[in-house]
Design a protein around this ligand. Sequence first.
Ligand SMILES: [Zn+2]
Length: 68
Amino acid sequence: MVLMDPEASCSACRATFDEWAALELVARIESTEVERLIRGWSANLCIEVRACRWCGKGITRKCEWVSP
Ligand SMILES: [Zn+2]
């Protein structure tokens, strides 16, 4: 299991955040959904979109999928 870097940076305003999990979650795309679009996608990864605290733009990144 690869641990994700907890840091994130905004591509729009270049702000960096120490804690990805502290940002507001906008959307989460489950691994099963991504698998349909990207062949070979790992089943334990999902895609999360969180809002940049400075400019409000969405930041997208791969995250470990934790099943509920
Ligand atoms: Zn930003």
